[in-house]
Structures are given as structure tokens and as C-alpha cells.
Design a binder for this molecule. Structure first.
Ligand code: SAM
Length: 214
């Protein structure tokens, strides 16, 4: 199979079949070449139904998890979105297809640089990068209609909640260092409303308002 055939098969068998419905999310995942974001020697597994190592002890999330988290943000195209955990840059590309502007923060400089190179080469002009501790958010560029945290947090952060717009959505895995529940937080009348959605396993969110490094 070609890369494109593998990608279409991944979308049909892993996303549509499991209930992903947002057509814009489905189309973006049909389009973005996930294999470009997976480093060798795992590139051949890019469309497998699992997370994969991207080096530095970090991972690119399972395709279904990327689709599910993105669908939870309910993007329509005119939003400013904050992503915490750039990682490979794959989720960033999906967000850049679906929102007006994406602000993405990664704490490991080598990962941020690699992702930036790939996303610049792909021609995205609506992504803004930062290296540092994303648990502070990016208040100078907020508030945001969407916030996506792609690493597991110990709690729902009020620091990030403050950077959400009214009716803004935040998706974040919350739990222990080893397993979490995925939450969607919606800001209504200034209050953060919580929905506990599914169980998940992410690498830990490391930072001032999250886990310590070791
Ligand atoms: N969304 C990514 C992708 O598509 O490849 C997957 C991200 S990976 C599961 C989680 C990332 O969060 C790692 O690259 C990790 O270095 C980063 N991270 C952890 N704590 C962070 C923090 N406080 N600020 C920014 N990035 C952080």
C-alpha cells in the first residue's frame, strides 16, 4: 500500500468505525501525512493503531486519540488554539488545518525545533512556537477558544482555565503519572464545567503547575 492508501485505511478503520463524526476532523486526518512526523525507524508504523516513540522519552499520540481530542474542541475555523506539548508536531498540523491560529509550546528544545522545521516546510503560516513550560499557558496571546494539553496533568489547572474564552473548550488528560481520564472543560459564565470522557495514558506534563521532572 502507498502512504496515502495506508492513511485512508487508518481513517476508515480506526476513526470513522469508532465513531469520530466531525467531517472537518476526518478530512484533516485524511490529508496530513502523519508518516512525515514519525522519525525513522518507526515511520513504517505511522498508521498503526497506537502511540509511537519520537525520541527524548516522548510519544506521538495514537491517531484515534488525536482525532477524539480534536473533535472535543469543536473547531469551526475562526478560533485561536493553544496546544501544550508540541511533540512531533502532528497534532499541531491537524489543529492548523482546523483553526485560524495555533500557539504551541514544547519544553524540549530539540522536539520543538524538529516540529517547527517540518511544519514550516509543509507551508503552515498560522502556527506560533514557543519553547518552555506550557503549564504557564501563553497569557500574552490569549484568551483562547480552545486549549489542548497533550500530556498527563495532576489536576485541572486554573492558570490555563483563566486563559480560556467564555464558551472556550479545554481538553486535558488528568490523573496519575501513569494513567489518566480525559476531561473536557468548558467555560460558562466564568465557571469551568467538567466532563470526564474516556480513560487514557499520556506521558507526564512536567512543569511548575504539574509534575516534577523526576
Ligand atoms: N501532540 C504531540 C504529537 O502529536 O506528537 C504528542 C505530544 S507528547 C504525548 C507530550 C509532549 O508534551 C512531549 O513532547 C513533552 O515533552 C511535552 N511536555 C510535557 N510537559 C510539558 C510542559 N510543561 N510544557 C510543554 N510541553 C510539555
Amino acid at each position: 500500500m502507498t502512504w496515502n492508501e495506508k492513511r485512508q485505511h487508518m481513517v476508515d478503520s480506526q476513526l470513522v468505525k469508532r465513531g469520530i463524526k466531525d467531517n472537518r476532523v476526518i478530512q484533516s486526518m485524511r490529508k496530513v501525512p502523519r508518516h512525515d512526523f514519525v522519525p525513522d525507524p518507526l515511520r513504517k508504523c505511522a498508521y498503526d493503531d497506537c502511540p509511537l516513540s519520537i525520541g527524548k522519552g516522548q510519544t506521538i499520540s495514537q491517531p484515534y486519540m488525536v482525532a477524539f481530542m480534536t473533535e472535543c474542541l469543536r473547531l469551526r475555523g475562526d478560533e485561536r488554539v493553544l496546544e501544550i506539548g508540541t511533540g512531533s508536531g502532528y497534532q499541531t498540523a491537524i489543529l492548523a488545518e482546523l483553526a485560524e491560529e495555533v500557539y504551541t509550546i514544547e519544553r524540549i528544545p530539540e522536539l520543538s525545533e524538529r516540529a517547527q522545521g517540518l511544519l514550516d516546510e509543509a507551508g503552515y503560516g498560522n502556527i506560533f512556537f514557543k519553547v518552555g513550560d506550557g503549564t504557564y499557558g501563553w497569557p500574552e496571546r490569549g484568551p483562547f477558544e480552545g486549549i489542548i494539553v497533550t500530556a498527563g496533568a495532576p489536576n485541572i489547572s486554573s492558570v490555563l482555565g483563566e486563559q480560556l474564552n467564555e464558551e472556550g473548550r479545554m481538553v486535558v488528560p488528568v490523573g496519575t503519572r501513569h494513567s489518566q481520564s480525559l476531561y473536557r472543560i468548558t467555560k460558562r459564565k466564568g465557571q469551568l464545567m467538567e466532563e470526564n470522557l474516556i480513560l487514557c495514558i499520556f506521558v507526564p506534563l512536567i512543569g511548575e503547575y504539574a509534575w516534577e521532572e523526576n
